[in-house]
Design a protein around this ligand. Structure first.
Ligand code: FES
Ligand SMILES: [Fe+2]
Length: 469
């Protein structure tokens, strides 16, 4: 339980708020690069600020304020030039630095362009990496954009998957240090959604949380597993400050504003060794829906189950009304670390986990329960049996709404058809394979239900990229 004041400290992200200013000191993934294959300008709201993201004709990305400083027209209606974005109202043009590059009529009246030279808009740095566009909205100089090792693995199919969630970012991030929810949200709830007599998977026996340079590691041990299980020896990473790393994918929770969050999944699916060498030409990106065609929450896929849980906590969850227990030890540790960080940074300290040295930012490894398999690969039959990676060979269990063209590219990459499952019963390994089985699979031994025999798409239609906000 927290005081209302402390809850505000964690959840308010607008300009000038302690947490908003703190998070702005990190790079955040904000869009898919492939969105700009067929458009050049889109509005975007980040940290409570209305902005436009554009790609100039020369290929440079820019992120600038949405309102034109002339007479407040919406620059989302603007059009791109060689080096910038031009307002559709009277033609003022702005570069990625925010500097005004052209004021057509003013420069006829005043050839010295005095007004233009002193006109600039708010602008933030944008970079492309791993098929995503990343924004840095903090004070200069920007830190390194982390070169996580997973971005550089070979022989895999990556995809960037987005969703806009109507809830505050922090309740999403608390999920990154909440191992117990896996047993209930992704195992038992799923099973009961489809069979109200279904048995429960093995329960958690103990958890452990350790801090390291780039966040926390959580470890867990479930009944019928031994202490050699990689979820106990290695665990998973609560990646500072707003992400989760699971060895084969990342999840970021990027604040749109206090009441909305951009969920970003970046999933790398290793192809079977029989498909090597596989080189992906372009990382696709797509936005998934939250609701099905009947307006019901989608609960079939792993991320969608999380979304329902987080949004269900309330728009900005009221932490004055919690009843915390032993399962929340990691959450308490993470909150305390944030409070300490806010104090330290206010006193002039460097925020946790920033990388400043380019040499230190080469292929940065993170703890992973499946690192060797991700690097070396596995034959198709072994990959299929792998508790963490096998489910992705059978279907994209991550999030509902995968577009058909992405599915087709993915099937080509892995060299087999997917099952087009309608839901995924995600069991703990022990439940699947008997008590002797001991693997990391409490995450994802997915028994896909409804298979290729039912040849309908698994998911509701994908939603278009956000047109406006
Ligand atoms: S409002 Fe943008 S140029 Fe006039
Ligand atoms: Fe989850």
């Amino acid at each position: 339980m927290l005081s209302a004041e402390k809850n505000q400290l964690l959840t308010q992200v607008g300009p000038g708020t302690p947490m908003g200013d703190y998070l702005r000191r990190y790079w955040h993934p904000v869009a898919g690069a492939s969105e700009f294959d067929d458009k050049a300008v889109r509005p975007i709201r980040l940290f409570g600020e209305d902005l436009v993201l554009f790609k100039s004709l020369s290929g440079q990305y820019g992120l600038i304020q949405r309102r034109c400083p002339h007479r407040n027209a919406d620059l989302a209606f603007g059009f791109v030039e060689q080096d910038g974005l031009r307002c559709a109202y009277h033609g003022w043009e702005f570069g990625a630095s925010g500097q005004c590059l052209h004021q057509p009529f003013e420069e006829i009246v005043d050839v010295d362009a005095r007004l233009r030279k002193k006109t600039a808009v708010k602008a933030y740095e944008v970079r492309e990496k791993a098929g995503m566009l990343w924004a840095y909205m903090g004070p200069a100089p920007a830190p390194e954009l982390p070169d996580w090792e997973l971005f550089n693995f070979q022989n895999g199919f990556a995809q960037a998957v987005f969703a806009e969630l109507p809830c505050n970012w922090f309740q999403c991030q608390e999920n990154s240090i909440d191992p117990i929810h896996f047993e209930w949200t992704h195992n038992n709830w799923t099973a009961r959604l489809h069979d109200n007599q279904a048995g429960y998977v093995p329960t958690h026996l103990k958890t452990q949380y350790e801090e390291f340079d780039y966040g926390f590691v959580y470890k867990r041990l479930r009944a019928a597993e031994t202490e050699q299980n990689p979820m106990w020896t290695v665990g998973r990473v609560t990646l500072w400050p707003n992400a989760f790393y699971l060895g084969h994918h990342f999840e970021w929770r990027v604040p749109i504003d206090d009441e909305n969050t951009l969920s970003v999944l970046w999933v790398f699916s290793r192809v079977p060794q029989e498909q090597e060498p596989y080189v992906q030409s372009r990382i696709p990106s797509w936005y998934g829906p939250l609701h099905d065609e009947n307006g019901e929450w989608i609960t079939s896929h792993v991320a969608n189950q999380d979304f329902a849980a987080w949004v269900g906590q309330g728009r900005i969850t009221d932490r004055t009304k919690e009843t915390l227990g032993a399962s929340d030890r990691g959450i308490v540790m993470m909150r305390k670390r944030f409070f300490d960080e806010l104090d330290a940074v206010a006193a002039g300290a460097e925020p946790k986990g920033l990388i400043r040295d380019p040499e230190a930012n080469r292929n940065v490894p993170l703890p992973s329960a499946c690192r060797a398999e991700m690097i070396d690969g596995l034959p198709r039959a072994e990959l299929d049996r792998h508790p963490l990676l096998g489910p992705y060979l059978r279907d994209f269990i991550g999030q509902a709404g995968q577009p058909e063209h992405v599915r087709a590219e993915y099937e080509h990459a892995i060299g087999q058809k997917t099952q087009r499952a309608k839901f995924f019963i995600v069991h703990g390994a022990a439940a699947e394979h008997g008590a002797a089985a001991d693997d990391a699979a409490n995450a994802a031994t997915a028994a896909t239900a409804a298979t290729a025999a039912n040849n309908e798409p698994a998911s509701p239609a994908p939603v278009p990229h956000p047109a406006s906000r």
